[in-house]
Each structure stands twice: as structure tokens, then as C-alpha cells.
Design a protein around this ligand. Structure first.
Ligand code: MG
Length: 177
């Protein structure tokens, strides 16, 4: 079992959609970035990559690469999930928090959990997402930007007690034999 942490920040600007956890949230501003700037999904990806020792999203999906311009970050999350699976890791759980003064995110949290879970092929109950403000303080408090933090646990398909019923058709090790 391994733990990972991810952290990301994006600037809020006018004229951009606000995408969080793959869900478009109605708001007067959106996050600025090379991709769709989904700060939550970026933090989740970095936690997963960190846990697996596979680098970070800046290495895998550089913002100098035109292939990633405006891309849906959930497509990148799918790629991250596939890479973990190929390395023999499955996701135990993800716990994340979005830091934003506005808008109120509670009505959209369930849809974000569903989207991230579906993208990674895991259960919604394995994905916890929370939202908080910083009480008007700092860059999130003044609405200059949003931040997201995520931690995750991943489990090896080969070690520990979780997937003892190895030998399933999807097991990468079985494919090697
Ligand atoms: Mg980012």
C-alpha cells in the first residue's frame, strides 16, 4: 500500500468555463490553464502519480505540448489510471478538497465524485471530495484563484492482502506469464 499527495492552483479569469472534477459549474469566471484547468482533477492525478512513483502531470502532460491545449482533464486522468493499472496498482481511495471562496460547490460534489470514479473505473464511495473557503483570506479568499489538494492510497495487485484472488483475466502479471 502506498500514499500520494497532490496540490494544484489555477487563476480565475473571465471568459473561461469553470470545470471541477470533470463537471462544468455555472459561474461568472473560470480557471485559466493550458488544458481545461480542472484544478481538482489535476491534484487527484498528481496524488495518484506520486503514490505510484510515476512522476507528475507536468512531466507526463507538459503545457508546452499542443496536444494538451484545452484538453478535458478527465482524458488525462484516464491515462493516469491506465498507467497505474499497467504498473500493477489499483486505487484504494481518494480524498480531495477544493479551496474556493465562490461559488458554492456542494450541489456539484456528487457529480464530481461520480465522474472521477467512472473515469478511474472505481466506486463512487472510493472518491471523497470536499469544498472549503479560506474565509476571505489569501488568493482563494479574494477570488484570484482556486486551489485543490488530494491524497490517495493505492494498493499493489501483487502484494498485501487485498487482491488475493490473483489470476483474474485482467491481471497484468498473468498476461506476462
Ligand atoms: Mg493544473
Amino acid at each position: 500500500m502506498r500514499i500520494g499527495i497532490g496540490y494544484d492552483v489555477h487563476k480565475l479569469v473571465e471568459g473561461r468555463p469553470l470545470v471541477l472534477g470533470g463537471v462544468t459549474v455555472p459561474y461568472e469566471k473560470g480557471l485559466l490553464g493550458h488544458s481545461d484547468a480542472d484544478v481538482l482533477t489535476h491534484a487527484v492525478m498528481d496524488s495518484l502519480l506520486g503514490a505510484a512513483g510515476l512522476g507528475d502531470i507536468g512531466v507526463l502532460f507538459p503545457d508546452t505540448d499542443e496536444r494538451f491545449a484545452g484538453i478535458d482533464s478527465c482524458l488525462l486522468l484516464k491515462e493516469v489510471g491506465d498507467r497505474l493499472w499497467k504498473e500493477g496498482w489499483c486505487v484504494g481511495n481518494i480524498d480531495a478538497v477544493v479551496v474556493a471562496q465562490a461559488p458554492k460547490l456542494r450541489p456539484y460534489i456528487g457529480a464530481m465524485q461520480e465522474k472521477i470514479a467512472e473515469t478511474l473505473g472505481i466506486s463512487k464511495t472510493q472518491v471523497s471530495i470536499k469544498a472549503t473557503t479560506e474565509e476571505g483570506l489569501g488568493f482563494t479568499g479574494t477570488g484570484q484563484g482556486m486551489a485543490a489538494k488530494a491524497v490517495c492510497l493505492i494498493e499493489s495487485l501483487y502484494e498485501g492482502s487485498a487482491p488475493v484472488n490473483a489470476g483474474c483475466d485482467g491481471c497484468p502479471r498473468k498476461a506476462e506469464q
